[in-house]
Design a protein around this ligand. Structure first.
Ligand SMILES: C[S@@+](CC[C@H](N)C(=O)[O-])C[C@H]1O[C@@H](n2cnc3c(N)ncnc32)[C@H](O)[C@@H]1O
Length: 257
């Protein structure tokens, strides 16, 4: 399976990386490095192997007609429908994978587990599944989805991935107490004000150099406004707008622990 991006996209990412290098400073350099990795022309053998395994899991999930309920109550949908609609695309997974690997993130937090597709990429990229490898903690509001994700991780041998069930408001503070994290992926509750609250909490619990990936920054006007505000609030950090995804590398004045 070829996962690398098309030429135009790679050129665009390299241009962004050059601009960041010109900007100077450690966060910008770290982010430029990450973007150059996303723009890489080839995937190594380990990466190919993980993409094949995780995409096979995705296909299995998409075929599943198992029913999901909303926290034990009303029928919500099938695993297949949710896996198809809500999971990251392989192209998007490539961005997460390359960033995680290049920055050497071994402690990763995800908000929005769903059925575990992006979590599998994050856990594997951070070294999960290897003795002494990285750890993923991932937060999900729906118990049924969390259970499917746990099974996805087990099937892939990513036993150390921990799924925490509950609303983000309830689970994020405890998860952050278990940090600091090298990379945080926010992919749930796409409301601008909520996103800003989460970013403030994450920033306050993070160290300089930590990477924050915000999904769906173009989802709505409120998310677009939140992304603009994130860049304003985190002015000592480096930022890149990858279209659907916003990436931040925290600077010293924007992060403290
Ligand atoms: C877009 S899906 C995540 C997809 C997943 N990251 C992937 O690509 O495989 C968003 C998930 O966040 C969960 N979610 C949304 N708002 C939440 C909240 N306030 N608290 C906890 N979970 C929430 C939803 O139940 C949903 O499963």
């Amino acid at each position: 399976m070829t996962i690398v991006l098309g030429r135009e996209r790679r050129d665009e990412l390299r241009a962004m990386a050059r601009d960041l290098r010109r900007e100077g400073g450690r966060p910008a350099e770290r982010l430029a490095d990450g973007l150059r990795a996303v723009a890489a022309r080839r995937a190594d053998r380990d990466t190919k192997r993980w993409f094949e395994r995780i995409e096979a899991e995705r296909r299995r999930l998409v075929r599943s007609t198992d029913v999901l309920t909303r926290n034990g109550g009303k029928v919500e949908s099938t695993v297949g429908a949710v896996a198809k609609k809500a999971s990251v695309s392989p192209e998007h997974a490539w961005t997460l994978w390359q960033l995680t690997r290049r920055v050497g993130a071994s402690r990763v937090l995800e908000m929005g587990t769903c059925v575990g597709v992006s979590g599998s990429y994050l856990a594997a990229a951070s070294g999960g599944g290897r003795p002494g490898g990285g750890t993923l903690r991932t937060l999900e509001g729906h118990e049924d989805r969390a259970e499917v994700a746990r099974d996805t991780f087990r099937r892939l041998g990513l036993e150390d991935a921990e799924v925490v069930v509950g609303t983000f408001t309830r689970t994020l503070p405890g998860a952050l107490d278990g940090g600091p994290y090298d990379l945080v992926f926010v992919d749930g509750h796409h409301d601008g004000n909520a996103t800003l609250r989460y970013v403030d909490q994450i920033r306050a619990a993070s160290r300089p150099g930590a990477v924050l990936v915000l999904d769906d920054i173009t989802w709505s006007d409120s998310m677009a406004a939140a992304w603009t505000e994130v860049q304003r609030r985190l002015s000592a950090s480096a930022h890149a707008d990858l279209g659907r995804v916003g990436v931040v590398v925290l600077g010293a004045d924007d992060a403290w622990s």
